[in-house]
Design a protein around this ligand. Structure first.
Ligand SMILES: [Zn+2]
Length: 158
């Protein structure tokens, strides 16, 4: 991986959108008789994420189905399990985002940039606290955040 590589953005609205986009790529692969190495290159232009890997899996599933390597029933049940995997990932992402939003709002409310704040956990309504530190010497994180809910234990560290 090159250090200065710029990723193409990868965005999908929902699982149906992912399926449609995957189907289009699968059609190109089939029509132009591209092999899996072509697909690897195509996938490599996007920043690695679980959604991109799922996208690749769905493309391969369409190709397999086209090549009669799996039956229609197998393809459908595969797609169903991929969809539930996708939905689970989305749920987790929303959870993580929700906690981050609650932390930011707590700091805003107390008009602080750094220090400690308490807030209501967005998942269980328990008491949560967050600590935000200015860490200019840390290369990766100029700001370090630690947060934890004392009730459900959800925590954030970055
Ligand atoms: Zn909680």
């Amino acid at each position: 991986m090159l250090k200065n590589q710029t990723w193409k953005s990868f965005h999908i609205d929902d699982f149906n959108d992912l399926k449609e986009k995957a189907y289009k790529v699968a059609r190109i692969m089939i029509n132009k008789k591209h092999d899996n190495r072509w697909l690897d290159k195509y996938i490599d232009q996007f920043a690695p994420s679980s959604t991109v890997w799922l996208f690749e899996d769905v493309i391969l599933l369409y190709v397999k189905y086209h090549n009669n390597n799996i039956t229609k029933d197998e393809a459908i049940s595969c797609l169903e399990s991929m969809e539930s995997k996708y939905l689970e990932g989305e749920k987790l992402l929303r959870k993580v985002m929700g906690f981050h939003i609650a932390i930011n709002e707590a700091f805003k409310k107390e008009d602080k940039e750094y220090g400690e704040v308490t807030f209501e956990c967005p998942f269980c309504e328990g008491a949560a606290y967050a600590k935000r530190l200015h860490t200019p010497n840390n290369f990766a994180h100029k700001t370090t955040i630690r947060a934890k809910c004392s009730n459900c234990g959800h925590n954030v560290m970055n």
